[in-house]
Design a protein around this ligand. Structure first.
Ligand code: NAD
Length: 368
């Protein structure tokens, strides 16, 4: 491997950090992870040892002083994204920010401004833009396979997140819509050629996890786009059986359906069980649908490889801070819609009292 690969630092050492390192290692020609920063004593060291990452830090500010690091990826809780992105930009390094972009629209705007000011890229970790099956659907759509598209659906469902901070709305900003709907909103927007979002209508509720969170664990979100098409984004933290991620696309001359996991699985029955089926699946006994090449099918290796190429000016970012900001605006409108019980017309200006998207639902008239 040449010594001229993009040197990457990762902030965080748990779930998404793991996925990113494995992804980058699976496409090793453009980039190498040389450093990790994570505050819990011992975690970064353990992560570094597991993946052969030589430099480990408990304070990411120290990692940002490493001159040869060109790109830093934020795999930390949502409430920390904005400050981290601004610090990375000030250190003159390209930023990869995991979804959702930030906690507030203002934070997202500040992140974009900081990247511009310091002449670095702000790239948005939306792997659905790189998911091979969904990319194929978009290529067919763009080639006219389905005629004029009037409805795009995306749904992502599982039984709830793996880390406590997701359940704490002050650190996550919201529940299933914020965590998973950010993918679906981004997907519909991207699929429809970034046609502006005109209106947002949402209904949501907390059905099974009220004992541990204020956040919604089911959400239905309908988007209207300037080109006349509709988007339907369904998300759940209350779906048993492991991760489920699907799309449906309807046009005047055709239709396509994509089931990300079961479509790439081996329908399997086992009395004894086996090692691993799919993300968040609780069991491997009985009927299960083990995936193969899971990360590749998500698109994360392709996404990060692309971002590394962007850092060297070889490609132009296909998922940007601006995309993340459009999603943030729609998320705020979604929570406002659920809170007020009405369709919200964009652009929507949240009241200053909304410190995070879910405030608009938690304190909205429909909850009183
Ligand atoms: N693209 C996707 O599909 C996807 C999937 C999962 C998570 N994510 C996103 O990735 C981000 C991280 O989520 P996760 O699932 O890895 O969470 P996690 O809880 O598994 O890991 C969070 C990490 O952040 C670290 N951290 C906390 N405070 C920090 C600080 N002050 N400085 C540096 N590091 C700090 C923790 O130590 C931990 O290592 C979130 O924004 C989440 O929404 C994206």
């Amino acid at each position: 491997m040449g010594g001229d690969r993009v040197k990457v630092g990762i902030i965080g050492s748990q779930f998404q950090a793991d996925i990113q390192v494995v992804s980058l290692k699976s496409m090793p020609h453009e980039a190498e992870v040389v450093a990790v920063a994570s505050p819990t004593p011992g975690n970064a060291a353990q992560f570094g040892k597991k993946f052969g990452i030589p430099r480990v830090f408990t304070d990411y500010h120290e990692m940002l002083k490493e001159r040869d690091i060109e790109m830093v990826s934020i795999c930390a809780p949502n409430s920390l994204h904005a400050q981290m992105a601004k610090d990375i930009a000030a250190a003159g390094k390209h930023i990869v920010c995991e979804k959702p972009l930030a906690m507030t629209i203002a934070e997202g705007e500040e992140m974009i401004a900081a990247a511009k000011k310091h002449g670095v890229l702000l790239m948005y970790g939306e792997e659905l833009f790189f998911t091979p099956k969904y990319l194929k659907a978009k290529e067919m759509a763009d080639a006219g396979a389905f005629g004029k598209i009037h409805l795009v659906k995306q749904s992502e469902k599982h039984f709830g997140p793996h880390s406590p901070w997701f359940w704490d709305v002050n650190r996550s900003g919201g529940g299933a819509l914020m965590d998973l709907g950010c993918h679906g909103i981004a997907f519909c927007y991207w699929f429809l050629g970034r046609s502006p979002i005109k209106t947002v209508y949402c209904q949501m509720g907390t059905y099974v996890h009220g004992d541990k969170t204020q956040a919604e664990d089911e959400s239905l979100c309908i988007l209207e786009f300037a080109n006349g098409a509709m988007g339907l984004v369904e998300d759940s933290w209350a779906r048993r059986g492991g991760m489920d991620d699907r799309i449906e696309v309807f046009g005047s001359q055709g239709v396509t359906y994509g089931n990300l996991h079961m479509g790439n699985a081996l329908p399997t029955f086992s009395e004894h069980g086996y090692g691993y089926a799919v993300e968040k699946a609780p069991t491997t006994t009985g009927w299960t649908y083990p995936v193969f090449e899971e990360l590749w099918n998500y698109g994360t290796p392709q996404e990060l490889n692309h971002f590394a190429r962007c850092a060297r000016g070889k490609e132009t970012p296909q998922a940007t801070g601006e995309d993340g900001l459009v999603v943030m605006q729609a998320l705020y409108a979604g929570y406002a819609s659920a809170g007020e019980g009405r369709k919200i017309t964009m652009p929507y200006e949240p009241p200053p009292s909304a410190k995070k998207p879910i405030d608009l639902w938690l304190h909205g008239p429909t909850r009183k």
